[in-house]
Design a protein around this ligand. Sequence first.
Ligand code: CA
Length: 229
Amino acid sequence: MKRLLVLEDENSIRSFVVINLRRAGFEPVEAATGAEALERIKEYPDIRVALLDVMLPDIDGFEVCRRIRSMNSKIGIIMLSAKSQEMDKITGLSSGADDYVTKPFSTAELTARIDALYRRLGADADEQDEDELRQGPFILNTRNRMLKKNEERVKLTQIEYSLMHLFMTNPGRALSREEILTQVWGREYDAEEKVVDVNIRRLRIKIEEDPTMPVYISTVWGFGYQWNA
Ligand code: CA
């Protein structure tokens, strides 16, 4: 999935860009102001590319670019500007932008630039991000410890997160209760293996379609559990 941010205050231009990017296989997140754009960046840690209009009602696009850079240096940034003056280009690139597109632009030109940027970033949809584990409908972000199922956030306790992490790094492997206990609770933790069952039951309620007929976390009788996604 190629999630990208589209910051443009003019509704007609933004809709046009968004519709065409969606057709081209991208997943655009929209923002109409600089402040909104910064919110979206925090909200979606998987945004890899940001398209930033320069002329905005609140803060200008270059400032947005600088602030995004200070939060996340890995995002690719393309500035969109109505003006073609070389001066803009210099300001844009010195504020940390990677590329520059002048309005009016064609969809073909824009998508070509975005594709080129994705290639440079090595952030193609198929490539697994180092901060994310993706399996079936699940995305586990190891940086902010957030789980999503079918793009919906699933709220987890720290223990449940650790269980998910253990499972998703060991797909298809039967894990014994003892191993789960050691990996998740730690060696020092002197607990009964029952605590594993209790937490698995709670986790199933959160992630399974039908917790009484679990598909993702299956029971390995007399042994432990296995992750299948
Ligand atoms: Ca504008």
